[in-house]
Design a protein around this ligand. Structure first.
Ligand SMILES: Cc1ncc(COP(=O)(O)O)c(C=O)c1O
Length: 370
């Protein structure tokens, strides 16, 4: 079975973990410190704060920015559910925004539509643009709108380490950028996440919030606020450091490999391909099937032929947690169609062109028979 993706781990990661275990320093020590510095240098930003997951990164960002009850936050309606959950968890109101049908990211029109329709009592404080599947959102446009409407920008770059917009790494445009190191991501630490920011004061606050509010900056240790335990372990950071060294190579291979799907499926009727945007990291390769093609049947057919495939991402307003936000005008939204008809195909840097070619041929012959 060719899985959707396989973490690219080897002897180097195993040795790095073993070294940490032998050292006896397991939690947020030297490896975490160095991994933060290396990530900051890779991203080209002053501060990186490691945490336990991409969800923790988003949650801590909202808390540290003081977003809570009485606030509203713009959230794409096509993303992993964690993007909206963190808004709800801090007591704020998510305002859902539709996405483009080809690059799966928010657009100027969809953001303005959501802003103009918003009639709630809360203060519209922030926007969380998602770089969906590694496709860089148009941060130039988003930063302009954010300035115009006085919105704080929290980039959800969970899937997008290494992706670029105008030759800068995504994550560095907003007030904060959040990354995930889940095994489906190009850099993994098992579970793990990171927040990057240019703002040193905010970074200090994030570090306090990550570790029970413990302040060691003065002579005597003090507990200065009610924080969380979102600390990463040193053995996770040690894996992350090895993974980060492999990132450029992984991106190069993914950018080459994606042409097998883009070219092989380009003429196939009934399939829409993702837009080939400069700077895309291709963390996931998702196509959209026409409405007359049954996704469960294709998934089943591919599974019988030893290929794993799955839905791509969620439309929040279609989920039980967020049904209260569903409005009839959303029925025509691209995000609802992508939720129903999006199909993620096996994709990662270790896969060979021949394997993906075989899948392309299977899809072609299946669709021709419909
Ligand atoms: C867009 C997006 N945001 C947030 C998350 C949450 O990251 P994590 O699983 O590390 O908590 C994910 C995870 O897949 C994601 O895809």
């Amino acid at each position: 079975m060719l899985k959707l993706s396989t973490p690219h781990l080897g002897e180097e990661e195993i040795t790095a973990v073993a070294n940490v275990l032998r050292s006896g320093n397991l939690v947020q020590g030297k490896e975490c410190e160095i991994f933060e510095e290396e990530l900051a240098s890779y991203l080209g930003i002053a501060e990186v704060v490691l945490v336990t997951s991409g969800t923790a990164a988003l949650h801590l960002s909202l808390v540290s920015l003081g977003i809570g009850a009485d606030d509203a936050v713009l959230v794409p309606n096509f993303s992993f559910v964690a993007t909206a959950n963190v808004v709800k968890l801090v007591g704020a109101r998510p305002i859902f925004v539709d996405v483009d049908k080809a690059n799966y990211n928010v657009t100027k029109e969809s953001i303005l539509d959501a802003i103009n329709r918003y009639d709630g009592d809360e203060n519209l404080r922030a926007i969380i643009p998602v770089h969906n599947f590694g496709c860089p959102a148009d941060m130039t446009m988003i930063m302009e709108l954010a300035e115009q409407y006085n919105l704080i920008v929290i980039e959800d770059a969970a899937c997008a380490i290494g992706a670029e917009h105008n030759s800068s790494k995504v994550g560095v445009f907003g007030e904060v950028g959040c990354f995930s190191f889940h095994p489906r991501k190009i850099v993994t630490t098992g579970e793990g996440g990171a927040i990057c920011t240019k703002n040193g004061v905010l970074a200090d606050n994030l570090r306090l919030l990550r570790n029970h509010g413990i302040d060691r900056s003065q002579k005597a240790i003090d507990y200065v606020l009610a924080g969380y335990n979102y600390r990463m372990t040193d053995f996770q950071a040690a894996i992350g450091r090895v993974q980060l060294r492999k990132l450029s190579d992984a991106l190069f291979k993914r950018r080459q490999l994606k042409t097998v799907y883009l070219e092989g499926l380009s003429e196939v009727e009934g399939i829409s391909l993702p837009q080939n945007i400069v700077g895309h990291s291709w963390q996931t390769f998702m196509i959209a099937l026409d409405e007359n093609i049954s996704r469960p049947e294709i998934i089943d057919y591919l599974r019988k032929n030893c290929f794993e495939s799955a839905m791509g991402s969620q439309s929040m307003v279609s989920l039980k947690t967020y049904t209260e936000y569903f409005k009839s005008y959303m029925e025509k939204w691209n995000s609802l169609t992508l939720f129903k008809q999006g199909l993620a195909l096996p994709f990662c840097e270790q896969y060979r062109e021949g394997q993906l070619d075989r899948l392309v041929n299977l899809l072609k012959s299946y669709i021709q028979k419909i």
